[in-house]
Design a protein around this ligand. Structure first.
Ligand code: PMP
Length: 386
């Protein structure tokens, strides 16, 4: 038997740097709540922005589709897992995102990894914001392209890199539309101008904007009326849409290309029919419930305004993600632990998820929270102090 000291040592190193993480069993509950052990907590750490994960419309869709079709898809989409609901869902996504076509993946992570590794070929150049999500970074690592990282939202830096890069292959720009750990927005208008000037493909990950931004939840591109200028939109059902699954929206040729080349679609089992049914219900709700978006923004604004008044240093958010900047990991961990004692679940986000020295508490409200919930959360912050 070989002694695997490697694993113990790696864990000990993480512990000594305050970076060891643990999985906690929890149960999501209605009302923006979560149960952990014998405790009922107010959940300020979920991406279920509109509270859709607990909606009867989604639950009923899952139950009905499961009763009718069973559970597993049985194979990948290209073998025999391509349930007929896929066609309906992809047509619905394309209408929601106002594109010609769309293709569903098993998760947002798999969409990014599959798309980027398929689209970015040998000899291509890929330009990526330094704060893009890990799934974008992993997709780039799996591609054969040459990577250029530009400073966060710095369009002058991006243009310098675009001008100097080799011109033989394709040039592809990729960005989150809402940055997941800061809640700030990509400069989409300027990116669209650079896309035109340098003849690039523009990939925009709308994971945290889908269902949240835009008059019918279409995302940042819808909000800025730039939908037609984006070659490839990535989205996920796992956040404001309250379910699971990723998607890419764009032209019919793009979708056809991805079905033939995105390895995370080709070599992984299809989503169960029940999830496809839930996702159809989720789009209907997200598109038509602007009062949920209003509620989300009221709750977010209330939190933001009062946390600022208490003296918290808050990152440059423009959305429902509120980063309380704590600097050192220890401070973020201590604040989260103190809030937990008061019945509030928030999570410390620390390196390597965020750059060193920028540990934070990432707070997200939900449309499922009542004004009273937000008041009680703020009272807990007052009690534990900065
Ligand atoms: N992109 C961004 C910006 C994200 O924040 C996430 C999830 N953290 C993903 C993609 C991956 O989505 P999913 O959780 O559906 O895999």
């Amino acid at each position: 038997m070989i002694e695997h000291d490697f694993f113990r040592q790696a864990i000990n190193n993480l512990s000594s740097q305050g970076q060891r993480r643990f999985l906690q069993p929890v149960v999501q509950l209605p009302g923006g709540r979560i149960a952990s052990g014998d405790r009922l907590l107010l959940n300020l750490s979920s991406n279920d922005y509109l509270g859709l994960s607990q909606r009867p419309e989604l639950k009923e869709a899952v139950i009905a589709a499961t009763s009718r079709y069973g559970v597993g898809a049985g194979a990948s989409r290209l073998i025999c897992g391509n349930h007929e609901l896929y066609e309906q869902l992809e047509e619905r996504i394309a209408r929601f995102k106002k594109t010609a076509a769309a293709v569903v993946f098993a998760s947002g992570y798999m969409a990014n990894v599959g798309v980027i590794s398929a689209v970015v070929a040998k000899g291509d150049c890929i330009f990526s914001d330094e704060l893009n999500h890990a799934s974008i970074i992993d997709g780039i690592r799996m591609s054969r392209g040459q990577l250029f990282v530009y400073r966060h939202k710095d369009m002058d830096h991006l243009e310098e890199l675009l001008a100097a890069a080799p011109k033989e292959g394709k040039a592809i720009i990729v960005t989150d539309s809402v940055f997941s750990m800061d809640g700030d927005l990509a400069p989409l208008q300027k990116l669209v101008l650079l896309r035109k000037k340098y003849g690039c493909l523009l990939i925009v990950d709308e994971a945290h904007a889908t269902g949240v931004l835009g008059s019918s939840g279409g995302g940042l591109a819808q909000h800025l009326e730039l939908g037609g200028e984006i070659d490839l939109t990535v989205g996920t059902f796992s956040k404001a849409l309250g379910s699971i699954g990723g998607f890419v929206a764009g032209s019919t040729d793009l979708v056809d290309f991805l079905v033939n080349s995105a390895r995370s679609l080709i070599f992984s089992t299809a989503l169960p029919p029940a999830i496809l049914a839930a996702n159809l219900a989720a789009i209907d709700l997200a598109e038509n419930c602007s009062q949920l978006r209003d509620k989300l923004f009221d709750n977010t604004h209330n939190l933001l305004h009062n946390l600022r008044k208490m003296g918290f240093l808050i990152g440059p958010t423009e959305t429902a993600i509120i980063p309380l900047m704590m600097g050192e990991t220890g401070r973020a961990v201590a604040l989260a632990a103190a809030l937990l004692k008061e019945g509030i679940l928030v999570k410390p986000i620390r390196p390597p998820t965020v750059p060193k020295g920028t540990a934070r508490i990432r707070i997200t409200a939900s449309a499922a929270h009542s004004p009273l919930d937000i008041e009680s959360a703020l009272a807990a912050f007052v009690k534990v102090g900065i």
